[in-house]
Design a protein around this ligand. Structure first.
Ligand code: PRX
Length: 640
């Protein structure tokens, strides 16, 4: 909270940056706030439109905003075709390395050809504009190709992170009504081979809308038997074999749905966040250009998984619209040893590197010797995303990885915002360790009290709509209004984060103010885990909280009481853990399960999660007189 260090960009960096000075930023920012329609209209002219818009922003149906109404465009066209005319057509679009070490390079022309073939393949299976296509794939080139092929023909992609369980696949496929799912026979992770298709087979067995499953072959058959269901399953390579290498890009309306991406909220049911075409396109294009300062000679590496929003916006859509060269790595950071990332940076001369605080903390823990062995001098810009970064990790990143010369962009945003809302501009903003600093163009943040007064520390809000914002929750417009527009008379967007504004008007993110926990940058609703726990026949009640975690940022702790006559033992802990793995995935397992005879409750029966958090963090508990039974506190305390 008392971080006073400040790190301005080097003169050398600023001179070459797209935006070079605070004056330039301030003047563009003022224009973007005073006349957003002019600003967003001008920047959109960099992109290709089959037809330009009639209006830039329509806000008559607030909070259901429309951007670039009347326009026709295609995001895949802007990511790929637009670069085929000029010098970039033979430039590497994707440099991929598999975990076992294979390498593959796709130029923009190659990427175009592969996308077209797969898009034609999808069409041959009857996929049409508006149909939903689920993608359950690890970080292989086919995932990028599939995403862009969907965008090309106007199919709505719904990427499901390949660490999710069969049940999570089922929930997402059923909610979206996907017609086709794309997966892989098996994937590599930390040297192990995981039978991915088996998980999907289980997940889709009760999904009536699925007509076809397309399977990417990653493994020789003899190693990994893979059963194909006659009539439903088809190999990716067979599907694309004879397809034409050209496929016209569908002329999409500005507000046609581009993708669905499921994320956790405060209830047990994940929400399908809707993003549409034109606004998301312009917003990811512009944020990538200015925040990552992308240049043709850059090799850009974002270590996120495409299964999350960061991979959508800042692996695929934003950087490719800027004709960047992407480095994409399939596997774990510590395979075959803890220096794999630094090895990749050295080998491919990565210049822009974007990762998560949780990864940085893990690298710190593994020790400097893994880094010291490598030449990281190609790096010129670093970024972080997904959770607050502690100043200690920031300083390590700055000195050890950035050699004290690379600006760090700490980017704050969400699945719902589509793109980055708060971030330093690398050639402009003096950074402070742990601070997301200032708003991007067109973004007007305010720190408000519950009553809507501007305060120094309170709840973050966003005053104006912006092009990349979500357009709704799939199938649930009411939940969209209730979740994001519930405060301050629906005037401002409510992201669910607490924030503080310092004397320089920099914004510091203080973490979630709702029951969402950020575990290694993965968002998990505590209500999701609670409802899983109480599905077990022995469990009477459960409360789940987030606690600080040295590496993951936050970890989960489950508190459980059992029913009369049931036994609370290690067997039950194991059973509850396997339920979580089965219903969500292993990444959502709690750090600890605590059994007690009761939970701390008010006299009216409301579970006091605040007290559980204080116990878990070893804080002073203060007055417990409002509790119905203060003795449970002691019983729980003994277990920490
Ligand atoms: O709490 C904020 C945190 O991550 C949440 C959004 O999670 P998700 O939708 O999964 O998207 C993550 C990647 C964009 C936010 O509500 N968060 C994200 N970035 C930061 C952050 N917290 C602090 N600093 C950040 N830079």
């Amino acid at each position: 909270m008392d971080e006073n260090r400040s790190f301005p960009p080097t003169k050398e960096f600023s001179e070459k940056a797209h935006i070079k000075s605070m004056e330039a930023y301030k003047s563009m920012y003022q224009q973007s706030i005073q006349d957003p329609e002019k600003f967003w209209s001008e920047v959109a002219n960099d992109l290709h439109w089959f037809k330009k818009w009639d209006t830039v922003l329509e806000d008559s149906k607030k909070p259901f905003f429309s951007w670039y109404k009347g326009a026709k465009t295609n995001l895949c066209y802007n990511c790929v075709d637009r670069h085929l005319e000029g010098p970039n057509k033979n430039k590497a679009a994707v440099i991929w390395e598999g975990e076992p070490g294979e390498e593959k390079v796709l130029t923009y022309q190659d990427l175009h050809r592969e996308i077209c073939k797969f898009a034609n393949g999808l069409k041959s299976l009857g996929v049409k504009k508006g149909d939903r296509v689920a993608l359950y794939l690890p970080m292989v080139p086919e995932l990028i190709i599939s995403v862009l092929a969907c965008a090309r023909i106007g199919a709505v992609h719904s990427v499901i992170f390949a660490g999710f369980s069969a049940e999570s696949i089922k929930d997402r496929v059923q909610d979206s009504g996907a017609k086709v799912i794309v997966t892989e026979d098996a994937s590599y992770r930390r040297g192990k081979v995981l039978a991915l298709k088996e998980i999907v087979d289980l997940g889709i067995q009760d999904c009536k809308t699925i007509e076809k499953q397309i399977v990417v072959k990653r493994h020789p058959h003899k190693e990994m038997p893979c059963t194909m269901q006659e009539g439903r399953d088809i190999w990716y390579h067979d599907l694309v074999l004879d397809q034409a290498i050209d496929c016209p890009a569908e002329e999409m309306d500005a507000e046609d749905m581009l993708f669905l991406l499921y994320t956790s909220g405060t209830t047990g049911k994940p929400k399908g966040i809707i993003h549409t075409t034109a606004g998301y396109m312009v917003y990811t294009y512009l944020t990538s250009k200015y925040i990552f300062d992308l240049k043709p000679e850059d090799v850009y590496w974002c270590t996120a998984d495409i299964g999350w929003i960061t991979g959508h916006s800042y692996i695929i859509y934003g950087p490719l619209q800027n004709a960047a060269t992407l480095m994409v790595y399939e596997g774990a950071p510590n395979f075959p040893d803890n220096s794999r990332f630094w090895n990749l940076i050295e080998k491919y001369k990565v210049s822009v590197f974007y990762t998560a605080p949780t990864a940085i903390r893990a690298f710190m823990k593994w020790g400097d010797s893994w880094v010291d062995k490598h030449d990281l001098s190609s790096l010129r810009l670093l970024g972080t995303v997904g959770e607050p970064i502690n100043p200690e990790a920031w300083m390590w990143y700055h000195t050890k990885i950035g050699a004290e010369k690379c600006p760090i962009v700490d980017t704050w945003w969400q699945t719902e915002t589509g793109g980055i809302l708060l971030s330093p501009l690398p050639g402009v903003t003096p950074t402070k360790p742990g601070c997301a600093t200032l708003p991007f163009f067109g973004i007007e943040p305010a720190v408000l009290s519950e009553e809507g007064d501007e305060v120094r520390a309170g709840i973050l809000s966003i005053k104006q709509p912006w092009p990349g914002m979500l357009r709704g929750i799939y199938g649930d417009p009411e939940r969209f209004k209730e979740t994001y527009w519930c405060k301050w008379n629906g005037e401002y967007y409510f992201p669910g984060d607490g924030a503080r504004k310092d004397e320089d008007d920099y914004i510091w993110i203080l973490g979630r103010v709702d029951d969402v926990v950020n575990v290694s940058g993965h968002r998990i609703g505590t209500a999701e885990l609670e409802s899983i726990n109480i599905e077990h026949s022995s469990v009477a009640e459960s409360a789940v909280i987030g606690v600080p975690h040295e590496i993951k940022g936050q970890g989960l702790v489950s508190f459980v009481t059992v029913k009369e006559g049931k036994i609370a033992d290690d067997e039950l802990k194991k059973a509850l853990n396997s339920l979580v793995a089965q219903k969500i995935g292993k990444f959502a397992l709690p750090e600890k399960i605590i059994f007690s005879s009761d939970l701390p409750k008010t006299r009216s029966g409301k579970i006091m999660r605040r007290i559980l958090r204080d116990i878990a963090e070893g804080k002073a508990l203060g007055n417990l007189s409002t509790l119905a039974d203060p003795s449970v506190v002691e019983e729980i305390q003994k277990q920490f």
